[in-house]
Design a protein around this ligand. Structure first.
Ligand code: MN3
Length: 201
């Protein structure tokens, strides 16, 4: 089965003023769509790989045929990351539950402790990439970042993600990546974070 662009779980303007409708529209229907199209174009050369989940392909890139490995890394990663990212945003913000906050406090001291580490990772990722919270194999929460569309599976299971490619913020924030990062905390879907943590524990 070829990959298709997932629907956004909210209207394109729903995350304003933090993420504007024009950025959402272009990001979703142009950038994300291009990752989907390019992933399909690569897998069309080895259609048996449509039967392997995208997660498995990305976790075992060395088993992907070398002629499409780079395309699967970049466009498969792009499709995977954006599909996750849209779900991690919400127009109806709610603080983390007591249960999730307990884990956050254990591993970062406080929610502000998590935010500080994450903000630094997002700010200092040079060029294009992502900031992440992952749940490690030892079941602890950890902040990391990755370049391009790489997914940090070697560090753990992604449970929170922020796209820091310029295409994610440039129309509204221009060079002010820091302002985009602070705005992100108003639209984080902590319920989804908890769901992802629960599934990985
Ligand atoms: Mn993007």
């Amino acid at each position: 089965m070829t990959y298709t662009l997932p629907h956004l779980p909210y209207e394109v303007a729903a995350l304003e003023p933090h993420i504007d409708a024009q950025t959402m529209t272009i990001h979703h229907t142009k950038h994300h769509q291009a990752y989907v199209d390019n992933l399909n174009a690569a897998l069309d050369k080895h259609p048996e790989l449509y039967d392997v989940s995208l997660e498995k392909l990305l976790q075992n890139l060395y088993s992907v045929p070398s002629d499409i490995r780079m395309a699967v890394t970049n466009h498969g990663g792009g499709h995977y990351n954006h599909s996750l990212f849209w779900k991690l945003l919400t127009p109806t913000y709610k603080d983390p539950s007591a249960k999730l906050l307990h884990l956050i406090n254990r591993d970062f001291g406080s929610l502000d402790g998590l935010k500080d580490k994450f903000n630094t990772a997002a700010k200092t990722r040079f060029g294009s990439g992502w900031a992440w919270v992952v749940l490690t194999k030892e079941n602890t929460l950890k902040v990391t970042s990755s370049s391009n569309q790489d997914v940090p599976f070697d560090e753990g299971t992604p449970v929170l993600a922020l796209d820091v490619w310029e295409h994610a913020y440039y129309l509204k924030y221009q060079n002010r990546r820091v302002d985009y990062i602070s705005a992100f905390w108003n639209i984080v879907n902590w319920e989804m974070v908890e769901t992802l943590v629960d599934a990985a524990l």
